[in-house]
Design a protein around this ligand. Structure first.
Ligand SMILES: Cc1cc2nc3c(=O)[nH]c(=O)nc-3n(C[C@H](O)[C@H](O)[C@H](O)COP(=O)(O)OP(=O)(O)OC[C@H]3O[C@@H](n4cnc5c(N)ncnc54)[C@H](O)[C@@H]3O)c2cc1C
Length: 309
């Protein structure tokens, strides 16, 4: 059954309250954020990465951070990504890098975000590593697509990819507009608190759109990262993939660290490429709130941890 809409809304509303932010930022790792975050620093993330690689999971690694308002903060994030890249190379870890445009300074200035992404991509592309530009809330969709298109003037489809969110009405058109680039796209349902003017409020509509977007993309022979924990949706898409004889090297599944690990193992054991997304860093608040809002029942374990002390 669908989670009641208000509870998702309530979590986002509460999360915006400064007192709640202060409390959760102080105690959140103990209260449950550590279930979703691979650690607050690079060494902890590398440890988790090594273990997951050893278990047969390739990874997408994100250094947590978003909505930076100063160019210096964006520059620090770039430096961290370059350190991350060196560490992945040094430790021979099978991972690509996932970046939020607002962490690169998209809110400050589009040119700044472009220059920062380009600095990272010069290094990752030379090392043969892929970078995924993520999709954030809808005020940034257009700018993010522009950023991606501009990066593609210098880098290939094997160097940089993008994300489309099935909850947005516009995504079907965006998919068409992107097709000339033969893009590598991660498909997600969408994690932000969007109004009905831009996003389907009804979960069944989001799922229907998700199926259609992925099918259209795969039919064209373009690479799809199917990022969802929805096993029914995955099976529907696998039915389509098998019926069309789409080879396994044209798609992969992706799931978040700490969410449905048993399903992750099942997909791996069935021989699919199953990539796990691991975020790390101290700026985990926004990420944690979105994980709670996706499944309001998660608030229960936070409260239980709080009561246990
Ligand atoms: C690899 C990856 C990258 C992503 N990148 C982006 C991005 O760039 N932009 C963006 O907007 N969103 C992103 N998302 C998040 C995505 O938009 C969804 O919010 C999230 O995946 C939950 O939706 P679902 O597809 O799993 O389906 P749902 O229908 O929400 O969930 C299906 C089932 O999965 C389980 N589940 C889902 N979420 C949780 C949770 N938080 N805790 C516990 N169980 C849960 C439940 O059993 C649920 O019934 C990403 C997701 C993944 C997996």
């Amino acid at each position: 059954m669908a989670e009641p809409h208000w509870s998702r809304q309530l979590i986002f509303t509460l999360a915006g309250n400064p007192a709640v932010t202060r409390f959760v930022t102080r105690y959140g790792m103990r209260l449950g954020a550590s279930r979703f975050v691979a650690g607050e620093d690079l060494p902890s993330a590398l440890q988790v990465a090594r273990q997951l690689n050893d278990e047969g999971f390739p990874l997408a690694v994100q250094f947590l951070g978003e909505h930076v308002t100063r160019a210096e903060a964006a520059a620090e994030a770039v430096e961290e990504y370059l350190r991350l890249l060196s560490a992945l190379e040094e430790h021979g870890i099978d991972a690509y890098i996932s970046i939020k445009p607002s962490q690169m300074g998209l809110e400050v200035d589009e040119e700044l975000a472009y220059a920062n992404c380009r600095r990272i991509l010069e290094r990752t592309a030379a090392a043969g590593r892929f970078v995924r530009i993520e999709m954030e809330d809808s005020p940034y969709t257009e700018k993010t697509l522009r950023l991606y298109r501009r990066l593609r003037e210098h880098f290939g489809t094997q160097d940089v990819g993008i994300v489309l969110q099935a909850y947005l009405y516009r995504s079907a058109e965006d998919l068409e507009a992107l097709a000339d680039l033969q893009p590598n796209i991660r498909f997600v349902k969408g994690a932000y608190n969007e109004p009905a003017s831009v996003a389907y409020p009804d979960k069944a509509e989001v799922d229907r759109n998700y199926r259609q977007l992925v099918q259209r993309h795969l039919e064209r022979g373009h690479y799809a990262a199917i990022a969802t924990h929805d096993d029914r949706l995955m099976e529907d898409l696998l039915g389509f993939i098998e019926a069309r004889g789409i080879p396994r090297d044209r798609f992969e599944f992706q799931m978040l660290y700490g969410i449905r690990p048993q399903l992750q193992r099942q997909m791996r054991d069935r021989g699919y490429r199953m990539r796990v997304y691991i975020p790390y860093g101290r700026d985990w608040y926004g990420y944690f709130v979105r994980r709670l809002a996706e499944r309001p029942a998660n608030v229960g374990f936070v409260l239980r941890n709080l009561i246990r002390g």
